[in-house]
Write a protein that binds this ligand. Structure first.
Ligand SMILES: Nc1ncnc2c1ncn2[C@@H]1O[C@H](COP(=O)(O)OP(=O)(O)OP(=O)(O)O)[C@@H](O)[C@H]1O
Ligand SMILES: [Mg+2]
Length: 349
């Protein structure tokens, strides 16, 4: 059984893509076979994994022949070609043999409107009945081909129909957050949007046309795992500075007071025992970590997670190097503990 986990927040720049790569790698380190799916037409995850600096490098992947990205994978369904969907030929992530990438494509954005119409009509137009289940079907057949345990889905920062579909056909979701005013605002719109999406999905699951489609709309009940709060400055040791702690508290308060009750009402929370198995309560962060500072640049330069850079890749010496290595170890432990927490929550769900 493959587990599908969405990384979602319509607020931009909160580390969804960075988390997908680093957390995916850590889960792979722990023996899980992980498929990263780049569902953002901006293709940042694809650029990060493959170390691309420019658009020409994407062309090389796209032109290699065969179905090699999410858009080409979905094309038969969205362009009404009379052939079934086939698994995408994924990129093997160098340095981690358990980690794979389904590359993104800027053209995925062109399917947004059609999917929106298909979802509005919920199957009453026969030509569109295969679309709401097609993304999940593509991920599943690709996951089967690569013997995948966990599909990690990176999304664009939007509340559009593609994200609605990806979220509602996931098994679980994690909400990355930054400790700032906009993340607090985002909590409120998540609390109003997610229940509406869930209500839509619950209806879609009962529509005969969607059930009988070539790619049936899957019967899923997505559950909230928790938040990931990152990118704050430290005061000393591992304590956030006072200014950031204030925003971390505000974000957590917003989650507790607004998001959790909304998700509870529409059945998107797990039982308390599942959160307990991860050592948290509903709404807590599964990972909380500070700004990566210099490590992020080296990570991107060497296409390696921030916790796995060699001394040579760190490009430092002496006391500076040993300090950086210390902070790398701290991030490694945080990711490792976070990954264990997520796995424990899932296995007790
Ligand atoms: N913990 C961190 N410390 C420092 N920089 C970070 C951290 N996490 C992410 N970043 C940087 O912040 C920027 C935004 O991160 P990222 O692209 O992962 O966010 P995102 O939520 O995927 O954004 P978008 O909504 O545009 O898809 C990037 O430049 C990334 O390198
Ligand atoms: Mg992103």
């Amino acid at each position: 059984m493959t587990t599908h986990i969405g990384l979602f927040n319509h607020k931009g720049g909160v580390s969804k893509t960075t988390t997908a790569f680093n957390l995916g790698w850590m889960l792979a380190d722990k023996g899980q076979r992980v498929l990263l799916v780049d569902c953002d037409p901006q293709c940042n995850l694809t650029g990060m994994v493959l170390g691309f600096k420019g658009a020409e490098e994407f062309a090389e992947v796209y032109e290699k022949g065969g179905i090699r990205n999410i858009r080409d994978g979905l094309a038969p369904a969205f362009e009404s070609r009379p052939v079934p969907l086939e698994p995408v030929i994924c990129e093997e992530v160098s340095g981690q043999s358990n980690l794979f990438l389904m590359p993104g494509h800027i053209g995925l954005a062109e399917y947004e409107v059609t999917l929106g119409i298909a979802q509005e009509l919920s199957g009453s137009l026969v030509t569109l009945q295969n679309l709401p289940g097609s993304l999940h079907h593509l991920f599943n057949i690709t996951a089967q081909k690569y013997n995948i345990d966990i599909v990690l889905i990176d999304m664009s920062p939007s509340l559009g129909p593609i994200n609605q579909n990806l979220m509602m056909t996931s098994d679980y979701f994690i909400v990355p957050m930054a400790p700032d005013y906009f993340s607090v605002m985002a909590t409120e719109s998540l609390a109003s949007t997610l229940p509406k999406w869930k209500a839509w999905s619950d209806t879609a699951k009962t529509q005969v046309a969607l059930i009988n489609a070539s790619y049936p709309y899957p019967d899923k009940n997505p559950k909230f795992i928790g938040t990931i709060i990152q990118k704050y400055r430290l005061r000393s040791g591992s304590t956030p500075s006072a200014a950031f702690q204030k925003w971390i508290d505000e974000v957590n308060k917003g989650i507790r007071m607004t998001l959790i009750p909304a998700l509870e009402k529409c059945g998107m929370l797990l039982d308390a025992k599942a959160y307990e198995a991860g050592g948290i309560e509903a709404g807590d962060a599964v990972i909380q970590m500070s700004d990566f500072n210099g490590l992020i640049a080296q990570s991107q330069k060497y296409k390696a997670p921030i916790f796995c850079l060699t001394d040579k890749q760190l490009e430092q010496t002496g006391i500076v190097l040993s300090r950086t290595k210390q902070s790398m170890e701290t991030f490694k432990k945080l990711y490792s503990d976070g990954a264990d927490r997520i796995l424990n929550i899932i296995s007790n769900a």
